[in-house]
Design a protein around this ligand. Structure first.
Ligand code: GLA
Ligand code: ZN
Length: 683
């Protein structure tokens, strides 16, 4: 349990009473109780109120806010307010303000607008947190700490450059080594003095790609290191606060709100320093339930499947999206249960009362501008609150059951998308998601894991587009397969080392022996120019179609071992008839290779074939698209979540008698699930 003091699914969210007069606070509490809200996240953006000047701190309002909630039985997720420093501070100490990628010094404004390497920023943030922790770390209402808010701003200032040089000295020791790793002989970039090293901005090595407009670079090695350095620098800001809080009370868990597949920060590294992962889920209208599940799984994977916090979601609209669509009736409830199904032990909103001004005035909230409970949104929030309260602690702490995993790697993401060539159409997150989707739709139970995680607990591990493979990773993968694991990888894998230097001797060098193939060259064509995967005779009966589409990248593959077989061949171009999908028996396991961007139909059928060939039972059988089945397990007890994400009635067979924890009803055999309905079935 995240904190056993509140043995329920935590229900509440961001609350900013400092925007309102105290008359409203009373009404807030009345409405929170009505909605069964048991936690409020406070103090997210209050630094300017807490510290009106350099020498004055004032906690009187925060005291009152916390007291008002606590005397009404509402617990606190206590934020530290350090995402947005006071205006006076930026003016008095301009070194706090960051330099952006254009090389421009920022002025004060907005949020997360500070240089992560500013000693003054860290000093003031630390001092504030020291005072907050001193005052509230042992307050009975505080369940969890929420450091800053949505970290992520990279800085390119002189101060960061200096720190970067020191970071590089520690990493490489000598300039000789650095020049080698960065491959600086290319274009006469040799560095003779540490002080020559600068930051990768649009004034130096970054540029917007002339064709796509995407941010691109001509200094792969350096940029990769700068991303690593920035992710670490920002993490140090978090740790600065974390360590102070822990001094005052080590037992209260500490988190910061993450953002899903967010490129600037290597969240696997971050999660090592978080007591619980929390994240903010704001799906776009175009995201289907599998895309949402993918992001939840990624966040769950950061701490190896431990329950996480859904820190924020909107009850209805999201103001910053291009079109602020309304969550249709029952969708907020459905998506809340989806988060729980995927491993969340909290359901929290941004925000509890809708702001009157500012950019988020049209963001959804539990209490809307109407100001009372007679709204559709409030009534839905209230119903869900009642239900979650009734669930008590039954599912708290249970873990999602998964037999398969896809690997997601931030450093690989950075390297792959910074590479010029082979294609500007490559989208790493989308690529990983396409394999996640195929596993998910086959109901295999999927985790998203990091490169350092244990592979051995999974029957299948998929590493899509694992362009960068460190030597030890290649060894780990081979070991996994040797012992009987099923491994799937794809085109653009095993090409470079951790400095983006190509492995010589034939692609994909570190995985060549495992896969039993040699990729002689890879063709890249515009997305609309397709080829086909034609299933070979031996595998024909295992696939529902004879040919499937593929596009973007086309590996020209040679089979190198007797143990390797071709599952599919190209039907067109000069490589017609050559293998595109292969499988190699290696030790006690098998290694599959998909040498192109294959259609979803193909990936789905391939996973189906793999599960059949290696006798991996799906969690459930015959489940139509749109129905999500996820299982969480605690003390050998299985909770099966059935979520109908469609607007139609769906039928599935649930086998023997089960009780729905939400309605209390008993179900058996073939059942109907109403549109957007949810069941949590207990054996
Ligand atoms: C983020 C932030 C919140 C708020 C919401 C609005 O998740 O953490 O402060 O701005 O977005 O969607
Ligand atoms: Zn800086």
């Amino acid at each position: 349990m995240i904190n056993p003091k509140l043995p329920y699914i935590w229900y509440g969210g961001d609350y900013n009473p400092e925007q309102w007069d105290k008359e409203i606070w009373k009404e807030d509490v009345r409405l929170f109780k009505l909605a069964h809200i048991n936690i409020a996240t406070v103090n997210v953006f209050s630094w300017a109120l807490l510290q009106p000047s350099e020498d004055t701190y004032d906690f009187s309002m925060l005291d009152e806010i916390i007291d008002n909630l606590w005397k009404n039985g509402i617990y606190i997720c206590l934020a530290t307010s350090t995402a947005s420093q006071p205006h006076w501070m930026s003016v008095k100490y301009p070194e706090i303000l960051p330099v952006d990628i254009n090389g421009n010094k920022r002025a004060h404004g907005g949020r997360v607008n500070f240089c992560p390497n500013s000693k003054i920023y860290r000093y003031f943030a630390g001092k504030l947190v020291e005072k907050l922790a001193e005052r509230y770390a042992n307050h009975p209402a505080v369940l969890v700490w929420h450091i800053a808010n949505e970290y992520g701003t990279y800085c390119f200032c002189e101060n960061c450059i200096k720190e970067f040089r020191d970071w590089l000295k520690r990493k490489y020791g000598t300039l000789e080594e650095l020049n080698k790793r960065w491959y600086t002989t290319f274009w006469s970039q040799t560095i003779y003095d540490w002080n020559e090293i600068t930051a990768p901005t649009l004034r130096s090595v970054m540029f917007h790609h002339w064709w796509t407009g995407k941010l691109s670079t001509v200094a792969q090695g350096m940029v990769l290191d700068y991303y690593r350095f920035m992710s670490e620098s920002i993490l140090e800001c978090y740790l600065n606060e974390y360590n102070i809080i822990k001094k005052y009370n080590p037992n209260i868990p500490v988190t910061t709100n993450l953002m899903g597949a967010f490129k600037p920060l290597n969240y696997f590294e971050w999660a090592k320093h978080m007591d619980v992962v929390s994240w903010d889920s704001y799906p776009y209208l175009t995201d289907d339930y599998i895309s949402i599940a993918f992001r939840h799984s990624l966040m769950r994977g950061l701490k190896q499947g431990e329950p996480f916090m859904l820190m924020e979601q909107t009850p209805s609209q999201t103001n910053w999206q291009p079109y602020c669509y309304i969550k249709r009736p029952k969708v907020m409830r459905l998506q809340s249960y989806q988060a729980v199904a995927q491993g969340a032990d909290t359901v929290m909103f941004f925000q509890l009362r809708q702001s009157r001004g500012g950019p988020e005035k049209f963001h959804g909230a539990v209490i809307s501008h109407a100001g009372h409970e007679n709204t559709r949104v409030f009534q839905e929030v209230k119903q869900l609150g009642e239900e979650l309260e009734n669930l008590g602690d039954t599912i708290l702490g249970s873990k999602v059951k998964s037999q398969t995993a896809v690997i997601f790697d931030w450093e690989n993401w950075w390297a792959l998308e910074n590479s010029q060539g082979p294609s500007t159409a490559i989208n790493y997150v989308g690529g990983v998601e396409s394999y996640f989707r195929a596993l998910f739709e086959n109901l295999m139970g999927v985790d998203v894991i990091g490169i350092e995680d244990n592979f051995e607990k999974y029957k299948v591990v998929v590493a899509p587009f694992l362009y960068m493979v460190k030597k030890e990773t290649a060894e780990k993968i081979k070991e996994y397969v040797r012992k009987g694991g099923i491994f799937v990888t794809t085109t653009l894998s095993g090409l470079v080392d951790e400095n983006d230097l190509v492995y010589l001797g034939g692609y994909p060098a570190p995985l060549r022996d495992l896969l039993g193939i040699w990729v002689e060259e890879f063709d890249a064509l515009p997305p609309e120019m397709k080829n086909e995967i034609q299933i070979t005779d031996e595998f024909k009966k295992e696939f529902s179609k004879e040919t499937y589409e593929c596009n973007l990248v086309f590996d020209v593959i040679h089979l190198e071992k007797d143990t390797v077989k071709s599952i599919g061949i190209y039907t067109k171009d000069y490589y017609k008839g050559q293998p595109v999908v292969t499988v190699n028996k290696y030790g006690d396991g098998y290694a599959y290779y998909v040498g192109s961007f294959a259609s979803h139909e193909f990936l789905k059928d391939l996973i189906k074939y793999i599960s059949k060939a290696h006798k991996i039972e799906p969690l459930f059988k015959d489940v139509p698209y749109g129905v999500e089945i996820t299982q969480r397990v605690k003390n050998n007890k299985v909770f099966t979540f059935v979520l109908n994400h469609t607007e139609e009635v769906k039928r599935i067979n649930i086998g023997n008698r089960k009780k729905d924890l939400i309605s209390g009803k008993i179900y058996e055999g073939e059942i109907e699930i109403a549109p957007r309905e949810v069941l949590i079935l207990e054996e």
